[in-house]
Design a protein around this ligand. Structure first.
Ligand code: SAH
Ligand code: SF4
Length: 434
């Protein structure tokens, strides 16, 4: 079994990503979520189906997983009845484990999730009048140590697999009740995971029936309309897995969400930006946060490796960026650090110098215990915003969402701060016996 322990971090700005597309399960079954259709076909073939059947079953199963949100093979009613237990013995359709779900007074929802091998991460859903945005994590923790970010203080990290990344979207759709009707309850056969312990042979091809014609799609009026890769982690340090997950999200046979509704935020992993535009094609957000080398080196340490000029040039070259598809520059407002009128003017100069189709998102700093900074005053933020706006660049101030449940930008932090379940249980037991 692969080692899935948390990796220690080899350096401040140069982590070694751990590529692992399937997290091993204790019961030996393989979780199909996150795997491309071809990979599912190959797994079915390795498990004993002939080529033709493997292809057909992969197509059917894929549809059930991503169009219907089904997690139980017993409910896949166009697959031969004899085949469903065969699938159940070898495969599962997983979701991240929910450790805790919280609701903010402003409607924001946050989930503390755990991988099958016990690592915790978070996802946040932010409802607005005209859209619902899911903020998805790409790593457990982050290796980059931006000084104002709580996630960056987590010492350990592992990359999330494609299944753990797309699994967040699946789980959100479960929680929001956004799968087509009549999809999740098995119509016959009950829960076949309880079926006979002995592995069955691949069943014969005959015996299929198709009663998959009595559901409605609810593609309109969905709550979950947008995805931002802005949860825990640096998505471009987990490129392959993020790409694999987003391909499933964008696939017309998968979750079928338009690439225009997906945004990836990076702290500035310059060598991966072009690849991101070419191979995934989603919107880009860049955590700029400062306009001078000194300050950006301090607050976003990856700047020591890829400086502001290099970063902005990579933005200018980002495939697909245009006035219709602007790059978002995120700028966290830190009191007396990066929030002066001069900073605002320099920001405008830089964006114009590189000819960037840009919008600026001003994020009031969200505090966390022990944070070394304070948020700029509302007056300062307004003055900064006005300077950028008057230069013809949109610069809205983001309203922090879900602050009461620590769901706002940069507040996501799990294991290190909140302790593991086991630790919590141990502490509770000690307190009780004392
Ligand atoms: N690692 C990626 C994406 C996750 S962070 C990145 O850095 O871009 C999402 C956004 O929240 C980033 O712009 C990040 O800089 C910002 N952020 C982090 N900590 C914050 C805090 N305490 N207050 C406000 N914004 C914060
Ligand atoms: Fe990592 Fe982004 Fe936080 Fe920086 S701001 S530590 S890159 S999650």
């Amino acid at each position: 079994m692969a080692d899935t322990a948390l990796m220690s971090i080899p350096g401040q700005v140069d982590p070694v990503p751990v590529a692992r597309d399937i997290t091993p399960r204790a019961d030996g079954r393989i979780d199909l979520i996150g795997l491309p259709k071809d990979r599912i076909r190959d797994l079915f073939a390795e498990a004993g189906l002939d080529a033709k059947q493997a292809k057909l079953r992969a197509k059917q199963v894929f549809h059930w997983l991503y169009h219907r949100g089904v997690t139980d093979f017993a409910a896949m009613t166009d697959i031969a009845k004899t085949m469903r237990p065969w699938l159940t013995e070898r495969f599962v359709v997983g979701r991240p484990n929910v450790v805790e779900a919280q609701h903010s007074t402003d409607g924001t929802r946050k989930w503390l999730l755990a991988t099958d091998d016990g690592h915790e991460f978070e996802m946040v859903f932010i409802p607005d009048a005209d859209r619902g945005t899911l903020c998805v994590s790409s790593q457990v923790g982050c290796t980059l140590n931006c000084r104002f970010c709580h996630t960056g203080t987590m010492k350990l990290v592992r990359n999330l697999t494609p299944g753990e990344i797309v699994g967040q979207v699946m789980l959100a759709r479960d929680a929001l009740g956004e799968w087509p009707n009549s999809s999740t309850s098995p119509r016959e056969g009950g829960d076949l995971r309880q079926a006979s312990a002995a592995p069955t042979e691949p069943p014969a091809f005959a015996g299929d029936h198709d009663d998959d014609d009595d559901f409605e799609y609810t593609s309109d009026g969905r709550l979950l309309t947008n995805i931002v890769m802005m949860g825990m982690g640096e998505p471009l340090y987990n490129f392959d897995n993020v790409k694999g997950a987003l391909k499933l999200v964008m696939d017309g046979d998968g979750l079928a969400l338009s690439k225009r509704r997906i945004t990836l935020s990076t702290s500035g992993v310059v060598p991966m930006m072009d690849k991101c535009g070419e191979e995934i094609g989603i919107n880009l957000a860049v955590s700029l946060h400062a306009v001078t080398k000194d300050i950006r080196d301090e607050i976003v340490p990856i700047n020591k490796k890829y400086g502001i000029e290099e970063l902005l040039q990579a933005c200018a070259d980002y495939p697909g960026a245009s006035n219709a598809r602007r790059i978002t520059f995120e700028y966290v407002m830190l009191k007396d650090k990066n929030d002066s009128d001069d900073d605002a003017r320099e920001l405008v100069r830089l964006l114009k110098h590189y000819g960037l189709p840009a919008k600026v998102n001003l994020i009031p700093f969200n505090p966390w215990p022990g944070a070394p900074y304070e948020c700029s005053t509302p007056e300062r933020i307004r003055a900064f915003s006005n300077i950028v706006f008057e230069a013809g660049i949109s610069a809205p101030v983001r309203t922090p969402r879900g602050r009461d449940i620590d769901a706002a930008c940069g507040q996501l932090k799990t294991a290190a701060q909140k302790k593991s379940r086991a630790e919590r249980d141990r502490e509770a037991a000690t307190a009780q016996s004392a």
